[in-house]
Design a binder for this molecule. Structure first.
Ligand code: GLA
Length: 639
């Protein structure tokens, strides 16, 4: 009786919630019957190519760019998909005083000297790259000034010159003018927009008090989300996205957002741009690679065709990833590929030894990265020593990466369950480095992994869910449109290394990269195994309450089913949650109100011809309550 009263109360509160929200801002939980992920631009698969930054920093020249472009074509890498040749920081001379038009540093880009010192154009450069069958990328900043001006020090090569105003080469107040110049007049196809100009030029910074730069009150504090103006950062990036759309009627562009995981980009950049950096810069160090990898690897539900997590450009060829460290170099490349990261080479290809070219050119591993299903790998086994990632491919195969993070060799047991393959049918692994096919196994197999090695396989077998897919097997088609997070939190699961920039000064790297508590596949938002009322589940998606998933069914499957409930790991054990399933905006199923300890409801609905299935979990909004974790266990689309 008591439970009955409580459900009535929960329902009443819910009705009040829905009624109240009709008058306010759009309700993030209301079904929209649409897919809100950014699909403009050209990033159906993660962009591939080369960027000047990790190879040359600001010491970039036209010659170096063309030599690398030529190497990409001549070596056959272009034919394998490496198409974007991106100029990063360092190309600009100044903004023209009379009308704000950007002027290129023709000393390093001589072909840009098209009409006197004040009249420059990158058109000859982009024409030449296009004639080689390549695409051209450029770099700018969301603020008035760039990252090299903020952090390069006074001796960085090729810093902009002239008055304070002439040295304001970023997009701030100029996004329409600059985007038009770069894309319409100059013919670029890709832009990376950094955020240093809205991060480092506070009135009390040395940059400003020295008189060299104008103050711009920082919108981003990378360490502190509470001191970040998330809405304004989002708005400025959205302005750039709008300009790009306007100036590229053919849609042939890529928009790369570089805000390093700050400003809660995890939750919104997937609606605004094609790439979103998940962490600060990669350096050629093993432990920094772990940090950058972790920052993207833990958010598979936030990557989709059109909009990808970006753990930064490749450092294969340098430092811990040079030709004397091929195990590490191969790991770096395999890891970026299994999580569908952009593959942007950051190496001076004029001097690349064959062993490195073989890594960049491994067509089987490139194919894993570029798989059209667009599923970022999901973590199937986790520890600080070894991790196993599994990525469902469009052809029904699985890519499996077994990553030894540590310094001791490991004997790893890989199970059929981890791959979501039947235990009773043969499983065949093809090693994508050696090309060897391993003897078929059933149930599980044992593999030896050297320190810092990543084994990467194409796995064939019989899917454990015959005739369907668990949602956690298809994260590229599942979008946490609202993830229920009330207060974004730093992510403690990301590897923390000695700072590449500050060394051991201060008190050490504290967790940053806001993403803790975001929606997860085969795990709760806080990294626990899925469990409802004492029963564990291997498959499912999970989020906080007051969340909404969009699922692209595209008319392909006929049924949706899930076992829904409050997860045993929930922090709030008293709140009631109601689960709703919509098909193209129409309510198809509703659960009973559920709270911690209640056995799950089985929601099973017909979704024939439905394009978008939406999964909503609602409860009374209480901003001060501890998080309530909801689990859609064994959520699956079935034929
Ligand atoms: C920032 C970015 C880097 C690079 C530099 C250029 O640090 O994160 O990728 O573009 O700026 O100065």
């Amino acid at each position: 009786m008591k439970a009955f009263m409580r459900s009535i109360l929960a329902c009443t509160a819910l009705t009040a919630l829905v009624a109240g929200s009709a008058m306010a801002a759009p309700d993030p939980l209301a079904p929209t019957a649409s897919w809100s992920v950014y699909t403009a631009g050209r990033a159906a698969t993660p962009p591939m190519g080369w960027s000047s930054w990790n190879a040359f920093q600001t010491d970039v020249t036209e010659q170096k760019v063309f030599d690398s472009a030529k190497a990409i074509v001549d070596s056959g890498l272009a034919a394998k998909g490496y198409r974007y040749i991106n100029i990063d920081d360092g190309w600009w001379l100044k903004r023209r005083a009379t009308d704000g038009r950007m002027i290129i540093r023709t000393k390093i880009f001589p072909s840009a000297a098209t009409g006197g010192p004040d009249e420059t154009s990158f058109k000859p450069l982009t024409d030449r790259l296009h004639s080689m069958g390549l695409k051209a990328g450029i770099y700018s900043d969301l603020g008035r000034n760039s990252c090299s001006q903020a952090f390069g020090g006074p001796n960085a090569a090729n810093l902009p010159e002239g008055t304070v105003a002439e040295r304001e080469i970023g997009l701030y107040g100029h996004s329409d003018q600059d985007v038009q110049l770069y894309f319409v007049d100059w013919g670029f196809d890709f832009i990376k927009v950094d955020g240093c100009g809205v991060r480092a030029f506070g009135a009390d910074s040395d940059l400003v008090t020295s008189g060299k730069y104008r103050a711009l009150p920082p919108l981003i504090d990378v360490q502190e989300i509470n001191r970040t103006d998330v809405a304004q950062v989002r708005k400025l990036y959205t302005d750039v996205a709008d300009a790009l759309k306007r100036d590229n009627p053919d849609g042939d562009y890529v928009f790369s957002i570089c805000a390093w995981g700050s400003a809660d980009v995890r939750s919104w950049a997937k609606n605004v741009g094609n790439l979103s950096r998940t962490s600060d810069d990669l350096t050629p160090s093993w432990t920094r690679m772990l940090a950058n990898f972790d920052s993207a690897a833990d958010r598979p539900l936030y990557a989709h065709p059109g909009s990808w997590n970006d753990p930064d450009m490749l450092f294969v060829g340098h430092g811990d990833f040079d030709e004397n460290h091929l195990t590490e170099a191969k790991s770096h490349f395999a890891l970026w590929s299994i999580i569908a990261a952009p593959l942007l080479i950051g190496y001076d290809l004029r001097k690349a030894p064959p062993a490195l070219m073989d890594i960049f050119g491994n067509t089987d591993i490139i194919a894993i990265d570029q798989d059209p299903a667009g599923n970022q790998a999901v973590l199937a086994y986790d520890s600080n020593d070894v991790q196993i990632f599994v990525k469902t491919l469009a052809n029904g195969h699985k890519a499996v990466a077994i990553f030894n993070r540590g310094l001791a060799p490991a004997d790893v047991i890989l199970t059929a369950d981890q791959i979501k393959f039947s235990k009773t049918a043969p499983i065949v692994l093809k090693d994508l480095w050696t090309k060897a096919t391993l003897p078929a196994f059933q149930s599980d197999t044992k593999l030896h992994v050297e320190p810092r090695q990543t084994l990467i396989f194409d796995a064939t077998g019989t899917r454990s869910l015959d005739g369907g897919l668990y949602l956690s097997e298809m994260p590229g088609r599942v979008n946490p449109a609202a993830d229920g997070i009330v207060q974004p939190q730093a992510d403690p699961t990301i590897h923390r290394m000695i700072s590449p920039w500050g060394g051991t000064r201060g008190s050490g790297e504290r967790p940053v990269y806001t993403g803790w508590g975001g929606a997860q596949a085969d795990s709760t938002p806080y990294g626990q195994a899925l469990k409802i009322a004492g029963k564990a589940f291997d498959s499912g998606v999970s989020a906080l309450t007051n969340s909404r998933f969009e699922v692209r069914n595209d008319g392909e499957f006929t049924h949706f089913s899930a076992k829904v409930g409050v997860d045993d790991s929930t922090q709030d054990t008293s709140k009631y949650v109601t689960f709703f399933v919509y098909g193209d905006g129409k309510l198809l199923a509703t659960s009973k109100p559920k709270r911690f300890g209640d056995t799950p409801d089985n929601l099973s609905v017909d979704v024939t011809k439905v394009k978008i299935v939406e999964l909503v979990a609602k409860s009374v909004v209480d901003k001060t309550a501890r998080p309530t974790v909801v689990t859609w266990a064994e959520a699956a689309l079935l034929k």
